[in-house]
Design a protein around this ligand. Structure first.
Ligand code: SF4
Ligand code: SF4
Length: 167
């Protein structure tokens, strides 16, 4: 299974300015969508069945497009959040959407712009990250392209994926 995007390019562009307190709040009530590679990686490393950690959803606007979304527990916590320690149980293989939070995730209105840098605060405002404006533009473009390619990959393998969700 090929990795479409170079994750290290995303991650090295993002600098932590103010340290995350590991309060865990950003792992509640989120829509975390997986690329096909992330889905396969989580399946392989955790040994879980797809329906135990994810749901397969049709895009409400384009029903031919399917998206794989991480499940949340009744509390709203992500299925992989340890609610006692606030630690991610799949930290080493967590989706790019989590690795790049809050950059590439929160609405533009929450950006703080200073010169050539863009500053992003998480939802509690405790953690702050910065990324160069030009890197951010590249990251958004790369992410959009990778998502488009990934939607296509999911579509080509959709019958197998549907069967796996029924197991
Ligand atoms: S990024 Fe913010 S909300 Fe998430 S765990 Fe860190 S401090 Fe809490
Ligand atoms: S995968 Fe990990 S980091 Fe991402 S939302 Fe779930 S618990 Fe949080």
């Amino acid at each position: 299974m090929s990795i479409i995007i170079d994750e290290s390019r995303f991650l090295s562009a993002i600098k932590e300015v103010k340290k995350c307190t590991a309060c865990g709040k950003c792992c509640y009530n989120k829509d975390i969508y997986l690329t096909l590679d992330e889905f396969e990686r989580i399946k392989e490393k955790t040994g879980l069945k797809p329906r135990e950690f994810a749901t397969l959803k049709q895009n409400p606007f384009v029903p031919s497009i399917y998206m794989i979304r991480l499940k949340n527990k009744p509390s709203g916590a992500c299925i992989f959040l340890d609610e006692e320690t606030n630690k991610c149980k799949i930290h080493d293989i967590k989706p790019l959407q989590c690795k790049t939070y809050p950059v590439l995730f929160i609405p533009e209105a929450q950006y703080e712009k200073k010169g050539a840098w863009l500053y992003f605060t998480c939802e509690t405002g405790d953690a702050v990250f910065k990324v160069k404006a030009k890197d951010f533009k590249n990251l958004v473009e790369m992410r959009q392209i990778s998502l488009m390619i990934d939607y296509a990959k999911i579509m080509t393998e959709i019958e197998r994926i549907k069967r796996e969700f029924e197991e």
